[in-house]
Design a binder for this molecule. Structure first.
Ligand code: DC
Length: 235
């Protein structure tokens, strides 16, 4: 008997803070039965540990040596989200704190830190069947991913989304201060020397301002299904 086997593909999603990458990536992964990988959580975990250890985030050698010694792991939980562990301790909530939000971009700008993280992320993607999101996934981590998407939205909309997310986790934040923080992070993430956030030439750009999340998910799932068809093997 002959049939077609759908091959797993890699889906890479980039975009600025609050563009909806996590929500979309998580839902796409759930729909396709893929693994969701939140690479920002890895930089956040390192930042959290650096702050908890009293390190200066501007001290690149100290932060790099901490990054080498840490065991950062991402584990899926029952509702499709990811739990973040540092040396076996669950820091999922702590990595989303306003302090980490403020300090994570300078940490993620350290080239040696990026090299370590990129190596781990590439290893996670080798088997395919992943939805990986971040800032340099389509351009540096897996530029040969079958599906590459750049999600965007206006800064104001992104700030409103972040405020909703933070308030639902119990943090009292205002839209104005969050907008300021998002603009600051955008500037550092897109102007840093080492693999800055950019729209990759061949990435599919989707502006999600005012777009319901279901439509964005449906769009990305559609791109993934097409890519799966193209990689179909006849048996
Ligand atoms: O997506 P996020 O807000 O959780 O990301 C946290 C920070 O990490 C953000 O300032 C940019 C940085 N980051 C990065 O430089 N490269 C990635 N692949 C993912 C995140």
């Amino acid at each position: 008997m002959t049939g077609k086997t759908r091959r797993s593909v890699c889906i890479a999603i980039d975009g600025p803070a609050g563009a909806g990458k996590s929500t979309v990536a998580r839902e796409v992964a759930r729909t396709l039965g893929y693994t969701y990988i939140d690479t920002g959580a890895m930089y956040r975990a390192l930042t959290y540990k650096a702050l908890a250890s009293g390190l200066d985030v501007g001290d690149a050698p100290a932060i790099t040596s901490l990054a080498r010694s840490l065991d950062i792991s991402l584990k899926p939980d029952s509702n499709g989200s990811v739990r973040v562990f540092v040396d076996g301790i669950d820091v999922t909530r702590e990595v989303r704190s306003p302090e980490v939000n403020m300090m994570v971009s300078p940490v993620a700008a350290i080239p040696e830190v990026r090299a370590l993280m990129v190596e781990k992320q590439r290893a996670m993607a080798t088997a395919g069947g992943v939805v990986m999101e971040g800032r340099d996934i389509t351009t540096v981590v897996i530029p040969d991913a079958e599906v590459k998407v750049y999600l965007d939205a206006s800064p104001e909309e992104r700030a409103r989304r972040r405020v909703r997310e933070l308030r639902s986790s119990g943090y009292a934040v205002s839209v104005d201060e969050t907008l300021e923080e998002i603009k600051n992070r955008d500037a550092i993430d897109s102007q840093r020397e080492c693999s800055p956030l950019t729209k990759g030439e061949d990435a599919f750009v989707l502006d999600t301002t005012g777009m319901p999340v279901e439509s964005v998910v449906a769009h990305v799932v559609g791109l993934a299904r097409k890519a799966q068809e193209m990689r179909c093997t006849t048996t």
